[in-house]
Write a protein that binds this ligand. Structure first.
Ligand SMILES: Cc1cc2nc3c(=O)[nH]c(=O)nc-3n(C[C@H](O)[C@H](O)[C@H](O)COP(=O)(O)OP(=O)(O)OC[C@H]3O[C@@H](n4cnc5c(N)ncnc54)[C@H](O)[C@@H]3O)c2cc1C
Length: 477
């Protein structure tokens, strides 16, 4: 008999959350803490979504999306998770850039960037201040019109080098480009600039383990290997979900899965207004990624001076197309030293990440796909040689993930690393106006993506759901 992953699940819950990404888990945790009965359904055999890790024999453990997030995570984790989780968040002090335009190391905060821009790039201090203040002051209602490219042109005309310094890490942090609304840049950049780049000491497995425990303590009924097939709607209201062939009722359903999948596959287009559907069809997905995971042999170490995060590029100029191209010129290397990323054999791990186009991988034959993965690993080792001399002798394991890998494990359409482009946010927020009790809390709109963005979006949606359920309760009594 196959295992019943829904054994003892109740027929009715106040809330069902579909997906256990950071956004889904945060919503589930807050609502359970507020006293609602919550069922969390995850199709994968692990909780965490993109916030995940995998192991290989010999004590090797690789993090997928633990490269860096803003300081705001401390406050969000303390308020909505636990002091214990917040206490594990530490700063990455060695952020490096190495490209044909400049090579430098920074703590990646406003002070250091002001000094760098002033002293190394020769930008007038007043202009730098004006730029930082403008970026910090951007808000959702007023600042959707100009693009990030236009923002840079306004403050630093013709300064490709300055644009590269200001933009490259943000491309990796949320997939945004020079062509996206400047707001998507301004918010995320300012968040990082407040104090620098932070990480979770102990690794993603420890974070998700603690979050799981916290959810358990608060009464969330979380289930893995439970794939939601549909969200069922009756007379304009959410009624239930169908999962592993079983129907379970809820007053509110929150999807943490991909926004388009939620609308078109789980709920069904026929349940929405035409205008809403037109808007939803126009939502573009964000870019995807490739990664190469490498482990050093036991006893081999990388010098700490190599840095924690290294934005390396061999491209003479900075452009969106170049960053996504199959002909890789830009890589972000994350170095995981055993003090921050403990592991049984005290190994050092390195992950190389590059933004990518889905089609460059999805259209390959099986043989070409395997060959391309091998090439990706080899080219990455060649590039790493510059920073870790003789790396091929020191490394005992290297393997690659592609957009198809991300799509496979998280079901994000086209392996999108950061959900949807900006226009997705309005559609995500509009769901409950279409169907009472239906919400989306997952990466979207660029701003609500990344670890901090999705956690904060989970908080916003939990508050919306709480208001609805309180209203329903008061109208019954
Ligand atoms: C390579 C890479 C590097 C990244 N690096 C960083 C970084 O350094 N810093 C940072 O802040 N962010 C980073 N991110 C982004 C960050 O990881 C994500 O934005 C964030 O984790 C997404 O959380 P989420 O809540 O949107 O859900 P997701 O993580 O997208 O999870 C959605 C969940 O829903 C589940 N699901 C889908 N369909 C169903 C279904 N039908 N039934 C049940 N469950 C379902 C999936 O299995 C998944 O677990 C990176 C992402 C990638 C891919």
């Amino acid at each position: 008999m196959p295992k019943d992953f829904l054994k003892d699940a109740k027929p009715n819950y106040d809330v069902i959350v579909i997906g256990s990404g950071l956004g889904g888990m945060t919503t589930a945790n807050i609502l359970a803490k507020s006293g609602y009965s919550v069922l969390l359904l995850e199709q994968h055999y692990k909780l965490g979504g993109m916030a995940t890790w995998f192991k290989r024999p010999g004590g090797k453990i690789f993090d997928i999306s633990l490269h860096g997030f803003p300081y705001g995570m401390v406050k969000s984790c303390r308020r909505y998770w636990s002091q214990d989780i917040a206490d594990q968040i530490v700063q990455l002090k060695g952020v490096r850039f190495d490209n044909p335009m400049f090579s430098l190391t920074t703590t990646y905060n406003r002070n250091d960037f002001t000094n760098l821009l002033c002293n190394d790039f020769g930008v007038e201090e007043a202009k730098i201040k004006e730029f930082f203040d403008f970026a910090r002051g951007m808000n959702f209602y007023d600042d959707q019109k100009i693009t990030t490219g236009q923002l840079f042109e306004r403050f630093f005309p013709g300064r490709q080098d300055v644009v590269r310094l200001l933009m490259e890490p943000i491309v990796y942090a949320n997939g945004s480009t020079l062509e996206d609304p400047a707001l998507t840049y301004g918010i995320v950049f300012s968040n990082f600039m407040s104090k620098g780049v932070f990480t979770f000491k102990g690794g993603t497995d420890q974070l998700v383990k603690r979050m799981h425990q916290e959810m358990k303590d608060n009464g969330v009924d979380s289930r893995i290997n439970c794939s939601v097939e549909s969200v069922n709607v009756e007379r304009g209201k959410v009624k239930s979900v169908t999962v592993n062939g079983r129907e379970i009722n809820a007053k509110a359903v929150i999807s943490n899965a991909n926004l388009s999948t939620t609308i078109f596959k789980m709920v069904g287009a026929e349940k929405f207004d035409k205008d809403f559907l037109d808007e939803a069809r126009d939502v573009r997905l964000n870019s995807t990624s490739t990664q190469v995971y490498m482990s050093l042999k036991e006893g081999e170490q990388v010098e700490h001076s190599t840095g924690d995060l290294l934005f390396s590029s061999t491209s003479k100029e900075f452009s969106t197309d170049k960053l996504l191209s199959r002909e890789i010129t830009s890589r972000t290397f994350s170095f995981y030293y055993p003090d921050l990323r403990p592991n049984p054999k005290n190994r050092c791990f390195i992950v190389s990440s590059t933004n990518a186009n889905y089609e460059d991988w999805s259209t390959l034959s099986k043989e070409d796909y395997e060959e391309s993965k091998r090439e990706l690993v080899e080219n990455t080792l060649d590039a790493l040689e510059e920073y870790v001399p003789n790396c091929r002798e020191k490394i005992d394991h290297a393997e690659a993930a592609t957009p198809l890998t991300f799509e496979h494990y998280t079901r994000h359409e086209r392996g999108s690393s950061f959900g949807t482009k900006f226009e997705g946010l309005g559609v995500s927020r509009g769901l409950p106006e279409q169907i009472q009790g239906l919400y989306h809390a997952g990466s979207c709109g660029i701003i609500m993506s990344g670890w901090l963005g999705t956690i904060n979006y989970g908080v916003i949606v939990a508050n919306d759901v709480d208001s609805l359920l309180m209203k329903q309760a008061s109208s019954v009594s």
